[in-house]
Design a protein around this ligand. Sequence first.
Ligand code: FPP
Length: 226
Amino acid sequence: MKQSSLHVAIIMDGNGRWATARGWPRVAGHRAGADAVRRVVEAAPGLAIRTLTLYAFSSDNWQRPPAEVATLMRLFREYLSSETARCVENGVRIRVIGRRDRLEPRLRKAIAAAEAATAGCARLDVQVAVDYSARDAILRAAQSLGAGACRQAFSSLLGIPDVDLLIRTGGEQRLSDFLLWECAYAEIYFTPRMWPDFDKNDLAAAVAEFHSRDRRFGRIKEAAVG
Ligand code: FPP
């Protein structure tokens, strides 16, 4: 068994287009997207992934039609309620990142319950970003640290490990205000696959591509010195 150490972050894009292409309402794509989340969480430990951070709802997504927002919020709540027991069995710790003050109370309650129930799990950390904006997170950390800010204090206040591999599905190639600080040296992998179609083979292909990359973190290869 490989040592689990990777932090993989995923921008799960393409739900709406996936549904529209089938003549279905966009929310059908989000429902299928929730199944893809289950598949990826299940496959992650076998690929030496220790932390999985999933972009489920950005702070800008509040601008979507209210009915779509309501469906997404319900899906998050249902996911947390239905998956928590399985997560405990499989050693999956759930954590939700982002603002909580704008979430409905019953979702906040489901988040608190899932986080408490899985707090002792240590095989895989699943971080779900809801009402998340990297710029806001950075701004809040900067405001709270003030003049005493230093890199290490800043990182620890943000509370998310550096990302090794960032995957974006759905064919778009942008960061969309996701983990801007934590992705400083992330390898980025864009795939045209729509999120509802993403499966463990796609995740394995992305991780294999990551392992083939030469990560230098600004340094040069030893053999090239001179
Ligand atoms: C982006 O696709 C996807 C979202 C904004 C929502 C992500 C939500 C899920 C995958 C559902 C469930 C998640 C959890 C954690 C249970 P889009 O709607 O922007 O697609 P489009 O670009 O094709 O319109």
